[in-house]
Design a protein around this ligand. Structure first.
Ligand code: PHE
Length: 455
């Protein structure tokens, strides 16, 4: 690592604080936009149940693994494997992560762009006195446009790039620390409004009552993929962040806190959305527009809805930013250290390349919508490949690496820095990363893509 890069990165985390940085990465569009919409598609409660199971049995151990790999190696995702397993092929796991980061940021920027547009719509009071049907057309007509969504997407990418280039200056840390709790408060207020609507109880039932007959192999794979996506796992983001965590930090505690925060926020978003979905007669399996169509209906039904709507989309955009910088960082660190280019150049090049791919994602919502592969448009295809294939595969290799390659002694040594390791918990952890996580990921993956059939 060059002097400059270590300086930039150290600054980044010292400003955020470990938990704020990792939670900032984890909490984003995944919780508020993606979680509700895929829960809607895959049938509600049973999907949530499986998702929570994956979070605990696979997500948490993989997060701890990434932190441990990062802190032990003190390098970026690719370099970490090179350093800990010199001369081996493990470094390609880091490469897989770079590819995943590239794809994720391409469509992530599009959705963040929608969020920016919705700030503008909220400001000009565009949701007022519209029916659920009109709010749906508002969303669809907007996302199908060839130009405006692209401009907002590029604007968001420039913001992301600017932050990654300058490192995290005074602002972001200070703001993120009170803006994220504020976002939680707003989601809770929205949730209270949503569950007091007429007909809301159907929505709560949909979200929490597990009807396993609705669960498909693809739904199970999506639950796994989303556990990785939402926790920012499987592509080295938290290896990179782990490399800045000092030796006094209790990694296990940090992993539990980040996982808990991420999961609670997703469930709160579900509580704000599904009761309203049912109260307004919206179709829960509507897809990527679900949040953008449902919440404007809720804003209309609450005192101060005008201000809440502005604040909500503003905070959603900030939440997206604290995630997008962590995604871009994976690509930049790789470009910089492997191709030996300066941080600034690396950031600009990767942002431009990702944005170009992102433009096609945006256009696939409209004029390029007919170009499909496996019945998915380009946007959905990148989402599917990254979340449901690359992240689980990355997680599989990361858990194998920690469980079998690094081994128990080294892991114990790393985890006992900054905390007393409880022997039985360590054994549980090792058992999970050696056997349970890899086996579960392999089975769910093969079953989900149809190579293996259960039931
Ligand atoms: N976890 C982020 C979210 O939920 C997205 C993300 C995925 C960030 C992968 C980093 C790595 O919005």
């Amino acid at each position: 690592m060059s002097k400059k890069s270590s300086h930039t990165r150290d600054l980044f985390v010292s400003k955020f604080g470990v938990i704020a940085a990792a939670a900032g990465s984890a909490v984003g569009l995944g919780n508020i936009w993606k979680f509700p919409y895929i829960t809607g598609i895959y049938g509600g409660g049973a999907f949530l149940f499986v998702y929570l199971g994956f979070i605990v049995l696979i997500g948490l151990p993989v997060m701890l693994s990434e932190f441990a790999i990062g802190r032990r190696s003190r390098s970026n995702a690719f370099g970490a494997f090179k350093k800990l397993a010199p001369g081996s092929s493990w470094k390609y796991v880091g490469m897989l992560g770079v590819a995943a980061a590239f794809m994720i940021l391409a469509f992530y920027g599009v959705v963040a762009g929608w969020s920016i547009d919705y700030i503008v719509k909220a400001l000009s009071n565009s949701f007022a006195s519209k029916t659920p049907g009109e709010l749906e057309s508002l969303f669809i007509n907007f996302t199908e446009l060839p130009l405006i969504p692209v401009l907002y997407q590029l604007f968001f990418m420039v913001l992301t790039m600017a932050i990654v280039i300058v490192g995290v200056k005074d602002g972001i840390e200070k703001y993120a620390k009170f803006l994220m709790p504020l976002l939680v408060v707003i989601i809770i207020v929205l949730g209270i409004r949503a569950i007091t609507l007429n007909g809301a109880s159907e929505g709560l039932k949909f979200l929490f009552y597990p009807d396993f007959s609705k669960l498909t192999a693809e739904g199970v794979l999506s639950a796994l993929g989303h556990a990785f996506f939402s926790l920012s796992l499987g592509m080295g983001t938290l290896i990179t962040y782990g490399s800045y965590i000092n030796d006094k930090n209790n990694l296990s505690k940090t992993a539990v806190q980040v996982t808990l925060a991420d999961t609670v926020i997703a469930i709160l978003a579900g509580i704000a959305i599904f009761p309203a979905v049912f109260a307004f007669g919206i179709e829960p399996g509507k897809g990527p527009g679900l949040v953008f169509i449902t919440l404007p209906n809720v804003f209309q039904q609450m005192p101060g809805g005008y201000f809440f709507s502005i604040l909500f989309f503003l905070l959603l955009t900030v939440a997206a930013l604290t995630s997008s910088i962590s995604i871009l960082e994976v690509v930049v660190a790789y470009f910089k250290e492997e191709l030996k280019i300066k941080r600034k150049t690396a950031t600009i090049i990767s942002t431009v390349l990702i944005s170009i791919v992102g433009v096609f994602c945006s256009l696939s919502m409209g004029i390029l919508g007919d170009y499909k592969l496996f019945d998915l448009n380009f946007f959905d295809l990148l989402d599917w490949i990254s979340a449901n294939m690359l992240l689980p595969l990355g997680g599989l290799f990361i858990s194998l690496f920690v469980g079998w390659y690094l081994g128990k002694d080294l892991v114990q040594n790393e985890l006992s820095k900054g905390s007393l390791v409880i022997k039985s918990l360590l054994n549980v952890f090792i058992f999970l990363v050696r056997f349970i996580a890899p086996a579960a990921i392999a089975i769910v993956f093969l079953n989900g893509i149809g190579l293996l059939r259960f039931g």
